[in-house]
Design a protein around this ligand. Structure first.
Ligand SMILES: [Zn+2]
Length: 278
C-alpha cells in the first residue's frame, strides 16, 4: 500500500488505537507527511460501508439536523455574504441534505446535492457517482467529504472539470493539527476511525488543492466546537455525543471567543476551511 496523496510506499506506523477496535491502524507517509488509515478498504467495501450507513451506526453520533444546525448555519452565512443568489451550486456528498435545504430556504434555488449513499440521500439528491456527472457549476462545496474518499486528488481534478471558468471550490475537513490531538489521548483515539481514510493538516491540504490545478488557494483554520466541548474532553475523556457544545451561554461567551481566537492564531482549530478558483 502507498500514500493516498503522493504514492510513496514508505509508511510509518503511528497508532493502532482507533475508535473502533479492529484491524485498522493509522500510518504517516514518510515523504509528504500525510496521515491515513491502514489498510485502506477496497472501493467496493467502502461503497458497502456507506450503503449500510455504517458510519452513523459505528460512531454513536446521530446526524440529525438539530445537532448540525450550527454547522449548516455557518456555511449558509458564508454563501449568503460571498455570492449572489443566482449562482449555480453543487454540494458533493450532501448527506441528509441539510445544507441544500437551508440554502433553498433563503433563495439560492440553483443548487443541487449529490449523495451516493442510498441510506442517506434525500429524494431530490443526485445519486450518480461524481465521475459520471457532466453539468457545469459556479460553486462546488465539499463539507467533510475529502477525508472519506479513496483518491482526493482525482476527485478534485474531476471537480475542477465540473466548474465554470472562475468557479470556486469550497472545502471543509477536520484538522489533524487540532489542539486536542496533542492533549487528550482519549480524544486522539476517538478521532481516528474507519470512516476517515485521510487526516489533513493545513499545508498538506493546500498543496493538494494547488496540485490539482486550482488558483488563489487559501486555507483557514476554523473552530467548530466550543471551549466547553474541549474542556469536557480534557476532564472526562468522553465525547458529548448527542449534545455537543457548539456554543456557550452568553454570559461566558468572552471565554469561548478568546479560546477560538487563540486556536485560529495557533492553527490548532478542529477544522480547516479552504477555497480554490478555476
Ligand atoms: Zn505521501
Amino acid at each position: 500500500m502507498s500514500c493516498i496523496l503522493c504514492k510513496n510506499s514508505e509508511l510509518l506506523f503511528i497508532t493502532d488505537q482507533l475508535r473502533q477496535i479492529g484491524e485498522y491502524k493509522i500510518v504517516k507517509c514518510t515523504q509528504c507527511g500525510h496521515y491515513q488509515l491502514f489498510p485502506l478498504p477496497t472501493k467496493k467495501e467502502n461503497i458497502q460501508f456507506y450503503e449500510d450507513n455504517q458510519q452513523d451506526k459505528l460512531s454513536g453520533v446521530s446526524m440529525v439536523e438539530d445537532r448540525l444546525h450550527v454547522d449548516t448555519q455557518r456555511r449558509v452565512d458564508y454563501m449568503r455574504y460571498n455570492f449572489p443568489k443566482e449562482i449555480s451550486i453543487l454540494d458533493v456528498g450532501t448527506g441528509y441534505g441539510h445544507f441544500v435545504t437551508a440554502m433553498r430556504k433563503i433563495g439560492f434555488e440553483n443548487i443541487d446535492g449529490q449523495e451516493p449513499s442510498s441510506g442517506r440521500a434525500p429524494v431530490w439528491a443526485i445519486q450518480e457517482d461524481i465521475e459520471n456527472l457532466d453539468y457545469q457549476y459556479d460553486i462546488i462545496t465539499l463539507f467533510h467529504v475529502l477525508e472519506h474518499v479513496f483518491d482526493p486528488k482525482s476527485l478534485l481534478k474531476k471537480i475542477r472539470n465540473l466548474l465554470n471558468p472562475g468557479g470556486v471550490v469550497l472545502i471543509e475537513v477536520p484538522n489533524i493539527d487540532e489542539a486536542l490531538m496533542n492533549s487528550s489521548p482519549a480524544y486522539t483515539k476517538f478521532n481516528f476511525f474507519r470512516a476517515h481514510l485521510s487526516y489533513f493538516n493545513a499545508s498538506i491540504l493546500e498543496n493538494l488543492i494547488v496540485s490539482t490545478g486550482f488558483k488563489e488557494v487559501s486555507v483557514h483554520p476554523i473552530q467548530r466546537y466550543s471551549v466547553l466541548n474541549v474542556l469536557n474532553w480534557l476532564k472526562t475523556g468522553e465525547p458529548q455525543l448527542e449534545n455537543p457544545s457548539f456554543i456557550v451561554p452568553n454570559k461566558y461567551k468572552f471565554i469561548d471567543n478568546a479560546f477560538r481566537d487563540k486556536m485560529v492564531e495557533n492553527g490548532t482549530t478542529d477544522t480547516l476551511w479552504a477555497r480554490g478558483v478555476v
